[in-house]
Design a protein around this ligand. Sequence first.
Ligand SMILES: Nc1nc2c(ncn2[C@@H]2O[C@H](COP(=O)(O)OP(=O)(O)OP(=O)(O)O)[C@@H](O)[C@H]2O)c(=O)[nH]1
Ligand SMILES: [Mg+2]
Length: 253
Amino acid sequence: MSEFRVCAVVPTYDNPRTIRAVVERLAPVVEQVLVVDDGSAEPGRAAVDALVQEGLARVIHRARNGGKGAAVKTGLQAAMQAGFSHALQVDADLQHDLDDAPKLLEAARAAPDALVLGDPRYDESAPSARRVGRLITSFWIRMETSRGVIGDAMCGFRVYPIDAALKAAPRGDAMDFDPEIAVRMVWAGAEVINIPTRVRYLNEAQGGVSHFRLVRDNVWISWMHTRLMFRKVMGLLFGALIPRLRLDAGGRS
Ligand SMILES: Nc1nc2c(ncn2[C@@H]2O[C@H](COP(=O)(O)OP(=O)(O)OP(=O)(O)O)[C@@H](O)[C@H]2O)c(=O)[nH]1
Ligand SMILES: [Mg+2]
């Protein structure tokens, strides 16, 4: 594997009150913080531009809002072009415990081909709807991967080997992205390392904001599980006849 060079990829859509704290905490632990502004309104955009002017981050502005997955994929491609081997993905809403960033990076450095996933430990600030949604997703993820290698597929605090992440080619552009790329990387043979990490939900007064849309995002996530399960069943039924369909041979749809 080439030299271990890591940047942070931070997708942001209207996080004017929290993006600075996230970037300031990440800047000392990675070579570059790459913020992908997913069509934020003026306050969010201005907050990001100020960080760039201070030399704390690089930014890519997407002209239109395209979804979290689309933003992360833009960031991964740019990181690859800039010569980074690994990307630390972090949400911009200050939900993740950034004190754990060095722990995730250390795991990635020790196992550079692995997918390193934050395994969330929620406190009482977590909305119950979100907890239930994650339990349902966990059930499907176990079905799709056959084994319990993925601790939590929804957590957006993780480290990718960039080349393998892009080769996994997840289609999801929205909140379906995080689970889909994890499953596809497992199918392609990536080891998964799960690192327990605290997740807290900031309230409005603290600048907390969520754009997760209960119906729309859960529909996208359900459709993503349907596609993955279909792909998995095809592999089980026809993989012996058509090697391209065998998931453990790196086949993918
Ligand atoms: N929801 C959403 N988030 C986006 C989008 N584009 C980029 N993001 C960023 O993706 C990250 C996660 O978004 P959140 O809305 O917090 O989604 P989440 O963490 O899954 O949902 P919560 O559990 O409610 O916080 C944040 O940094 C967002 O700013 C988008 O179109 N929609
Ligand atoms: Mg969030």
